[in-house]
Design a protein around this ligand. Sequence first.
Ligand code: NAP
Length: 272
Amino acid sequence: MDLQLTDKVALVTGGSKGIGLGIVRELIANGAKVANVNRSTEEGKQLEREYDAEGKECFFIQGDLTDLDACQNAIEQTIARFGKIDILINNAGVNDGASLEDGPEAFQLSLQRNLIHYYALVHYALEELKKSQGTIINIGSKVCITGQGGTSGYAASKGAINGLTREWAVDLAPHNIRVNTVLPAETWTPLYEKCLAEMPDPAQAKAEIEQLIPLGQRFTTIEEIAAMTVFLASPRSSHTTGQIIFVDGGYSHLDRKCTFPSEVKDFGSAGT
Ligand code: NAP
């Protein structure tokens, strides 16, 4: 399927690593030009050089998105470089464990890391998105519907992102701007690998998590999140808006019985 993305301009936050990197690669493979905003410089510059050598564009913008000026600057630099924005992908975020015990300041900081910049970038990009009849994709998390414990700030941010997806879809429908959210659950990224590496037995921890994922007992790949995200960002999903789409191998919704050991799974199969 031709996704009709040739020469579309996409701004991706956190595109140097993990899920964001998967999205950047899929966008460019489909002919789009990318502006990629990250805090750290090295990977972003390296990515820019890699694509430059192939005659493709992955323009790196340095900035910490907890700073509103950096959000505004990201939009301005994208316009200065490419002259338009067709696609805004809000992806950067971190499950920072700002808990009930940590208090209001930690909670507020978590909202800055995970929520405020999603709003700020849409706000600063609004006039450009209206001109291009663009599209917005937010990357959420299953935590907002399942809870996780010990992470109030992240859960609140991701819950708000679901709310804003519907709110913005209504707000922006008159401008033919579509707004959708993709929700990962357990996606294998360098960050995830690093977290598991801190556990006493990382391989065992990984195997235990995999066991809980109904489809294939494996983590979702960044390519699988990217494929859905880029399809939603493309004109081929031209009548899809306000949707919250789980790409998670059934982790968030399917009957937990399907991940039980087989002897338990077979028990009472005619039950509720
Ligand atoms: P990751 O591997 O840590 O990558 C995140 C990227 O975002 C990094 O390049 C990071 O840049 C950048 N970033 C983070 N905060 C930033 C900030 N304040 N300003 C600028 N750049 C920032 O994370 P990931 O696992 O791919 O997660 C991406 C998104 O998916 C997040 O919204 C996360 O909540 C969501 N998600 C992930 C999973 C999962 O299983 N991986 C599950 C559910 C939801 P630097 O580190 O270079 O600064």
